[in-house]
Design a protein around this ligand. Structure first.
Ligand code: ADP
Ligand code: MG
Length: 280
């Protein structure tokens, strides 16, 4: 789309929630694809040893594959590991592999263990001839060293919130953890975005969860919600995003609308990060 705004600077976004199954990976994959479809240059870093984002993006990632594991442990550069998405020319992926599950222990004694991804990304951007618009880091459902690396290498956290009864309890714990990261490791981190996932318009509960999140975080939660959709959940088994698997369906349309909202808020979010960096 000719009217799709590109951010003035690269946006570094970790998609995080310590709860499993809330839609982190689905959101990472489909937002990345929607933004790429609109012409943005996008890199997805898969930080989950399960490698679900790599699978969903159609990237091979068996044991022993070059992956985030090699990047974190300094054996390979991001430029050597990244692969092109088969779906979108301007979308690239740093795949994960199951070996990554050993990394937390293996790097635990390194003095810069929290900043391994940050440093790898810094090197990558220094050497990269082209500018990226969006970097997404898909986090595992934990709050360990992998997630800490993700949160130290970005400016923004995007929190997918599943429209279900216990959503808000888990959210409090996550916000507390992000607060600790801000205090101790990355003072410039902002929670830029919350996205309600698996929204079921037939239930009152879904609406209640949305209203409550909106009430507490009015500037952060997107107006767009992601509907519960069979097409969204079956797309990965065809190694596709829902954007290409079911392009006219409600799932693709919702992720495109969310992507557009995120893009339109770029100036506001980048400004907020700047203010933090200037100490105001
Ligand atoms: P996480 O990365 O937080 O663990 P996933 O993105 O893997 O969560 O989603 C968990 C499960 O829910 C997956 O099977 C996924 O296909 C499914 N899922 C995610 N979003 C939706 C949706 N909007 N509608 C239906 N199923 C979904
Ligand atoms: Mg996941």
């Amino acid at each position: 789309s000719a009217h799709f705004p590109r951010p003035d600077r690269t946006r570094f976004i970790a998609v995080a929630n310590q709860k499993g199954g809330v839609g982190k990976t689905t959101t990472t994959v489909n937002l990345a694809c929607a933004l790429a479809e609109f012409g943005a240059k996008v890199l997805v870093v898969d930080m989950d040893p399960q490698g679900n984002a790599s699978t969903a993006l159609g990237i091979e990632h068996g044991p022993g594959c070059d992956s985030t594991y090699d990047v974190l442990e300094g054996r390979l550069k991001i430029s050597e590991v990244k692969v092109k998405s088969p779906e979108f020319e301007n979308l690239e992926v740093v795949p994960s592999s199951i070996d990554l599950s050993g990394a937390e222990l293996e790097v635990a004694d390194l003095p810069d263990r929290n900043e391994l991804l940050k440093k790898a990304l810094a090197t990558f951007f220094l050497e990269s001839p082209s500018r990226y618009d969006y970097i997404f880091v898909d986090c595992p459902p934990s709050l360990g060293l992998l997630v800490l690396n993700a949160m130290c290498s970005v400016n923004e956290v995007l929190i997918p919130v599943q429209a279900e009864y216990y959503a808000l309890e888990g959210l409090q714990q996550l916000l507390h953890t992000i607060g600790l990261v801000q205090e101790n490791y990355n003072p410039y981190l902002v929670i830029s975005t919350m996205l309600i996932t698996m929204f079921d318009r037939r239930t009152i509960l879904s609406k209640e969860v949305y209203d409550e999140v909106k009430e507490h975080y009015p500037d952060i939660v997107l107006n767009t919600t992601i509907p519960r959709s069979v097409k969204i959940s079956e797309a990965p088994s065809f190694r596709k995003s829902v954007i290409t698997y079911d392009p006219k369906g409600a799932g693709a349309v919702a992720y495109e609308e969310a992507a557009l909202e995120i893009a339109e808020r770029s100036a506001q979010v980048l400004n907020k990060i700047n203010m933090k960096k200037q100490g105001s």
